[in-house]
Design a protein around this ligand. Structure first.
Ligand SMILES: Cc1cc2nc3c(=O)[nH]c(=O)nc-3n(C[C@H](O)[C@H](O)[C@H](O)COP(=O)(O)OP(=O)(O)OC[C@H]3O[C@@H](n4cnc5c(N)ncnc54)[C@H](O)[C@@H]3O)c2cc1C
Length: 398
C-alpha cells in the first residue's frame, strides 16, 4: 500500500513517524520549502491523550528527547485574576499522569516539529504545494502539485491544516466558522518578564487575566527542562535542534466588536503595532502586568482569527481520508487541536498497520477511524468552544 500524506504539520509528521516504525511505506508532501515553522504559536499544551499518541508514534529515543526538552513540570495549575491581580478562580483539572517524572505537559512548537522530522529525511518532500487530486480507474489517487509534478498512491491522507486544499476540492462547503474573536500571540523572554516585575505567583503556572474591560490575557511559561542541543546530543544527534531561551507565550483575546478595526486593518498591523495595541488596551491594568508587555518581541507577535468546524463530519468512504485541522479546526483556547491531530495519527497508524498485516480490510479500518475521530473531535471542538464562548460572553456583557 502506498500512502501519500498531504501536509507535514504536527498530525501528518506524527502519522509518518508511526507508519515508518510499523514498516508501512509513506511519503509526506509539504508546501513549505524547509523545516522552518510558520507562525502558529510557540508553546503547545500536551494533554494526556496527546502524550500517549506522541509516544505511540515516536521511537523511544525521540520520546526521550521530547520529554527532555519539554516544559519543566508545572503542577501549580491554572490561576485566574482580574486586571488588578486579585485572584478570582483556581480550577483543578484531573490529570491521570499525576506525578510521573517524565510527564510531557507542554512543549516548544519548533522543537516538537524538528523532533517529528527526525529520521524522516527520506519520507518528507518539501516545496510540494498540493493543488488538486484525481481518482483513477485503477482505484488509486493522484496528487498534483503546483510545480507540475504529481504522485500516485492507494490512499491519500489530507493533513493540510485548517485551510485544507484537499477539503476545498472534496467538500467545499465545510468551511470552519469565524467565532468573532481576534487573538494576538506573542513571545516574551522569561528573564525580561521577571525583571519587569512579573509577580512570583505567575512565574511557573498558566495564568489567565480577565479584564473588566472585556479583554483577556493568557500567560504560559515555557521553561526547557534541558537545552535542546544538549538533549539532542544525548538522544538523537542528527535532530538539528535549535536552542531557545525560556519564554512566556502571551495570548491576548479581543472580541471583534471591541476591536474598533476591521479585519483588513487589523491583519495589516505590524508586530510592533500589535504590541502597542496590547499595551494601550491594558493601560488601566496592574502595572506589574503591563510592564511585561513592553518586553514582548515584536518580530514574534502575530494575530489570528479564531475559527471552528461545526459540526465535525466524516468524509465519504474512499481512498481520501482527513486528519487534524483539515477536518476539525478548533480555537486554541482549549489547547487540544494539536493533541487531537496526534490522536488521529495514532489511530490511523494502528489501523493501517493492521491492514498491511492482513488483519483488517482497508474499508473497515477507515470507517472505524472516521467514526471514532468524529466522536472525540466533536468533544474537543465543543470543549474549546465553551472556553472561547466564555470569553465572548464576558466581552459582550462588559
Ligand atoms: C497560536 C496557536 C496556538 C495553539 N496552541 C495549541 C495548544 O497549546 N495545544 C494544542 O493542542 N493545539 C494548539 N493549537 C492548534 C494546533 O496548532 C493545530 O490544531 C495543529 O497544528 C493541527 O495539526 P495539523 O497537522 O492538522 O495541521 P498543521 O499543523 O497546521 O499542519 C498542516 C501542514 O500542511 C501544510 N500544508 C497546507 N497546505 C498545503 C498544501 N496545499 N500542500 C502541501 N502542504 C500543505 C502546512 O504547511 C502545514 O505544515 C494552536 C494553534 C494556534 C494557531
Amino acid at each position: 500500500m502506498r500512502i501519500l500524506v498531504i501536509g507535514g504539520g504536527i498530525g501528518g509528521l506524527c502519522l509518518a513517524q508511526g507508519l515508518r516504525q510499523a514498516g508501512v511505506a509513506v511519503t509526506v508532501y509539504e508546501r513549505d520549502a524547509s523545516a522552518e515553522g510558520r507562525r502558529q504559536g510557540y508553546r503547545l499544551r500536551i494533554s494526556p491523550e496527546g502524550e500517549a499518541g506522541l509516544r505511540a508514534c515516536l521511537p523511544q529515543p525521540l520520546q526521550e528527547l521530547l520529554a527532555a526538552t519539554s516544559n519543566v513540570r508545572d503542577d501549580a495549575g491554572l490561576l485566574a485574576y482580574d486586571e488588578n491581580l486579585v485572584e478570582q478562580w483556581a480550577p483543578r483539572f484531573e490529570d491521570p499522569r499525576a506525578d510521573r517524572e517524565d510527564k510531557i505537559d507542554a512543549v516548544d512548537r519548533v522543537t516538537l516539529r524538528r523532533i517529528l522530522l527526525a529520521g524522516l529525511e527520506d519520507v518528507v518532500v518539501f516545496g510540494k504545494n498540493f493543488e488538486r487530486l484525481e481518482r483513477t480507474e485503477r482505484g488509486t489517487v493522484v496528487a498534483h502539485f503546483e510545480d507540475g509534478s504529481s504522485a500516485e498512491g492507494d490512499l491519500l491522507i489530507a493533513a493540510d491544516g485548517t485551510n485544507s486544499k484537499v477539503r476545498e476540492q472534496l467538500r467545499p462547503t465545510d468551511q470552519p466558522t469565524d467565532l468573532g474573536i481576534r487573538t494576538i500571540f506573542s513571545r516574551i523572554p522569561r528573564d525580561a518578564a521577571v525583571a519587569a516585575g512579573l509577580p512570583e505567583a505567575l512565574h511557573d503556572r498558566f495564568s489567565y487575566v480577565i479584564g473588566s474591560d472585556g479583554h483577556h490575557l493568557g500567560l504560559m511559561p515555557m521553561t526547557f527542562r534541558t537545552r535542546p542541543s544538549e538533549a539532542a546530543a544525548r538522544w538523537w544527534p542528527g535532530a538539528n535542534l535549535v536552542d531557545s531561551d525560556d519564554y512566556y507565550m502571551s495570548v491576548f483575546n479581543v472580541h471583534l466588536a471591541d476591536l474598533g478595526l476591521d479585519d483588513a486593518a487589523f491583519f495589516a498591523l505590524s508586530g510592533e503595532e500589535l504590541c502597542r495595541l496590547v499595551v494601550d488596551r491594558t493601560a488601566a491594568w496592574h502595572p506589574d502586568l503591563r510592564g511585561i508587555f513592553t518586553h514582548a518581541l515584536p518580530e514574534t507577535t502575530f494575530a489570528v482569527a479564531l475559527r471552528a468546524t461545526q459540526p465535525v463530519e466524516a468524509w465519504e468512504a474512499g481512498p481520501v481520508v482527513p486528519l487534524g485541522d483539515a477536518v476539525h479546526s478548533m480555537p486554541p483556547s482549549g489547547g487540544v487541536g494539536a493533541n487531537t491531530a496526534v490522536r488521529d495519527a495514532e489511530a490511523l497508524t494502528r489501523l493501517l498497520t493492521a491492514v498491511v498485516r492482513g488483519e483488517l480490510e482497508l474499508a473497515e479500518a477507515l470507517a472505524e477511524y472516521q467514526k471514532a475521530m468524529v466522536e472525540y473531535a466533536t468533544e474537543g471542538v465543543e470543549m474549546s468552544l465553551k472556553i472561547a464562548q466564555w470569553s465572548i460572553k464576558k466581552v459582550a456583557t462588559s
